[in-house]
Design a protein around this ligand. Sequence first.
Ligand SMILES: [Fe+2]
Ligand SMILES: [Fe+2]
Length: 265
Amino acid sequence: MLIAQITDLHMRTPGDKAYGIIDPAAFLAPAVRALNALTPRPDCVLITGDLTDLGRPHEYAVLREHLQALEIPYFLLPGNHDDRAQLRAAFPDHAYLQDGGDFIQYAIENYPLRMLSLDTVVPMKSHGELCQDRLDWLAARLAEQPDRPTLVLMHHPPFLTGIEHMDAIGLLAGAPELERIIARFPNVERVLCGHLHRTIFQRFGGTIASTCPGTAHQLALELGPRPTLQYIMEPPGYQLHWWQGKNLVTHHAVIGDYPGPYPFA
Ligand SMILES: [Fe+2]
Ligand SMILES: [Fe+2]
């Protein structure tokens, strides 16, 4: 099984640039082209939150239009820039979005790897949290199939990254409790996250938690105390997670046109 992960699309209407620089719509088309061109083709694409920049209906409409070009089934997670109601309204055919009550949490059961998606959103806030209800949901789902290889998906990563301005708006509640739950289930193969617009890993609850590059802007690699949080227009990217039945192997890939590939001959 092959899973592509993209994240932090921050969709706005075409030409409506964030901070006067970033035109997210111009970046999503090449991302979709890159995924469609993959051989072997991924079985599904996980889009781990910050789907839109401001959670506005017309941003979801543009997002949907762009994703119609994606020839691979995809699953959407909300991030802190999203609005649950607007997301649900824009994708009424995505039944898994509609079922979670107050939260957009769901299980994807029809692949060799089981996937459990958590909602870390606190409406109108940048940070995330996992309240007892959301943690209980995960614990109950994991208890259903404790021997089946499982991925946990969420927008805010449950660990500190050293990019202090992002850590201040990280998962501010529920991370220790989440780690205790996951530590009880060695069948959790990985915790896949977004939010950081970079690739970062940490050991977590006996598995690995990781973040993924954004499809548009990246966050500057600036550790420690800094006067401000900065973004950088480094090459956008995605991750390709290859499940061969025993372990999950993750490839980091960049989006864009580069010279080659050339044979070594
Ligand atoms: Fe983001
Ligand atoms: Fe985010």
